[in-house]
Write a protein that binds this ligand. Structure first.
Ligand SMILES: [Zn+2]
Ligand SMILES: [Zn+2]
Length: 332
């Protein structure tokens, strides 16, 4: 065989695995798609066949309806064309996986999106040594260091208790972040009903069906104002400042995102309480992961490629930016 990884071809729309005639996270409909996780910037509808974890397939089912499903559980290996394919937890959202590709003695791991800190709604990231590690770099700058999640949640619950006439309105993406915010609050003793926006109902229900206990959830729509005082309401980021939220009792507007580290982003979104909480690796997690995986080459799909590429080079690891398009649309 020639150059390392010559059987893997990156395109702006996704990663093509030649000897499998399959694509990883393709943005356009394909005959064979291997999907890392359910976020819309990775999982799309319309493929002829989809290999993914059972949880990711269930999430895609909620969003795209019926499809030709090829479930692969964590740790299981299947043959696609001439390639052995397995799925390993990525710690990003429920069902999220790194896709491990073995072909003619070379191993390539496509991380998808991932994080290293604990998340009570999904399986933790598993380090898988390989020849080529294909990583994201959403927060690939040394300034990005996410704070402790529990401390962030404690800060928010303290505000809720200090101002019982108001409600706390948390903007959180419908897949992963919303459920993680709710679960983290449960783990920190908040057991009152939590109110959710209608757009988050189906995925919250699915998480509960798949064994993630979120406690008592109620739909916020149509609930009398007074019932919501001193309560937590979770909504999609887009609903934070729209007509929907105007019916709430003097909401303290919070937004759960890694980008809340940047004050300007919080201001742009009119966020009173930035809740710094990310489902992506921060700078330390990215560099620690690369050290632990110890690949011969690092390929970077999207994000702040330059700084991570430079870090790799100074650590004697060959690195290459792939410039995939359309990523980081849905989640952060
Ligand atoms: Zn994602
Ligand atoms: Zn993504």
């Amino acid at each position: 065989m020639g150059r390392l990884g010559s059987w893997i071809e990156p395109f702006p729309e996704g990663i093509y695995v030649k000897p499998a005639d399959a694509w990883v996270d393709p943005m356009q409909p394909k005959a064979k798609a291997l999907v890392t996780h359910g976020h819309a910037d990775h999982a799309r509808g319309g493929h002829e066949a989809v290999w993914a974890t059972p949880e990711t397939l269930a999430i895609m089912g909620v969003r795209y309806g019926e499809q030709n499903e090829q479930p692969v559980a964590y740790g299981e290996t299947v043959r696609v064309g001439e390639v052995d394919v397995s799925f390993v937890p990525a710690g990003h959202v429920l069902g999220s996986a790194q896709i491990v590709l073995d072909y003619q003695g070379e191993r390539v791991v496509v991380s998808g999106d991932y994080k290293r800190r604990p998340d009570p709604t999904c399986e933790p990231f598993v380090v898988t040594p390989c020849d080529i590690f294909i990583t994201e770099a959403t927060f690939g700058l040394p300034v990005f260091r996410h704070p402790d999640t529990g401390a962030e949640i404690d800060r928010l619950l303290a505000r809720l208790n200090a101002e019982p006439e108001r409600c706390v309105l948390v903007g959180a993406y419908a897949l992963g972040k919303a459920q993680r915010v709710i679960k983290e609050m449960r783990l920190r003793g908040h057991d009152a009903p939590i109110y959710i926006h209608g757009a988050q109902e189906r995925l919250c229900n699915l998480y509960q069906e798949l064994g993630v206990d979120l406690g008592e959830l109620r739909l916020a729509t149509g609930v009398p104002k007074d019932e919501l005082r001193g309560k937590v309401v979770v909504c999609p980021p887009g609903a934070l400042n729209d007509r929907w939220s105007r019916r709430l009792p003097d909401p303290l507007t919070a937004m759960a995102s890694g980008w809340m580290r940047i004050r300007q982003r919080a201001r742009q979104r009119n966020v009173e309480f930035p809740l710094i909480m990310s489902d992506h690796a921060d700078w330390d997690e990215l560099t620690t992961t690369i050290k632990e995986v110890a690949p011969k080459e690092v390929w970077i799909t999207h994000g702040r490629e330059d700084a991570l590429q430079h870090w790799c080079m100074t650590n004697q690891i060959k690195a290459r930016a792939l410039h995939l398009v359309g990523r980081e649309d849905e989640d952060d």
